[in-house]
Unconditional design. Structure first.
Length: 168
């Protein structure tokens, strides 16, 4: 238990630091903004209790909000994906698979499953985050463009992390 706790604490710290120090400063054409910090929620074990998952999502969101001076924006989006994550896993995976494999990784579940799983979570996160940030539907198409482009970049970075960090 101690090694896994340390591993996930390290993923938490590294994903927040990468987000705050690098990716928050990587705004491309004032439209594309990657959000890599949700990697922490994406990679949590399948058997993480829902209450712990929501608490960790809350902690992650509050931490990012504190560093970025965006009170509640990242917190609410993180809690949302923490809430929908078990349902998405239930849709994409059988109960037997969830019982036999400990964590969502490309090497455990395959590239197509992982990419689909990440796509669902990232798009939900980004839709909520960008529309809460805009807090209007006046520039609906621009906000939707931001969601699509930022989602694509975030998905690529999260999937790429599997091959750079979690290789065999």
């Amino acid at each position: 238990m101690g090694i896994n706790t340390f591993k996930y604490l390290l993923i938490f710290v590294v994903s927040v630091l990468l987000q705050v120090l690098i990716f928050n400063n990587l705004l491309i054409e004032r439209i594309i903004a990657p959000f890599i910090y949700i990697l922490f929620i994406v990679l949590l074990p399948f058997d993480t209790p829902r209450s712990l998952l929501l608490f960790l999502a809350l902690t992650l969101g509050v931490t990012v909000d504190l560093f970025t001076n965006t009170p509640g924006v990242h917190t609410s989006a993180s809690i949302l994906i923490g809430f929908v994550r078990p349902g998405i896993m239930g849709i994409l995976t059988t109960r037997e698979t969830l019982d036999s494999i400990t964590a969502p990784r490309v090497k455990n579940m395959g590239f197509q499953w992982f990419a689909t799983y990440v796509t669902f979570l990232v798009v939900i996160h980004h839709l909520f985050l960008f529309f809460i940030e805009a807090f209007t539907f006046d520039d609906f198409l621009i906000t939707l463009l931001r969601v699509v482009l930022s989602s694509v970049l975030s998905i690529v970075l999260i999937v790429l992390s599997q091959f750079l960090i979690f290789r065999n």
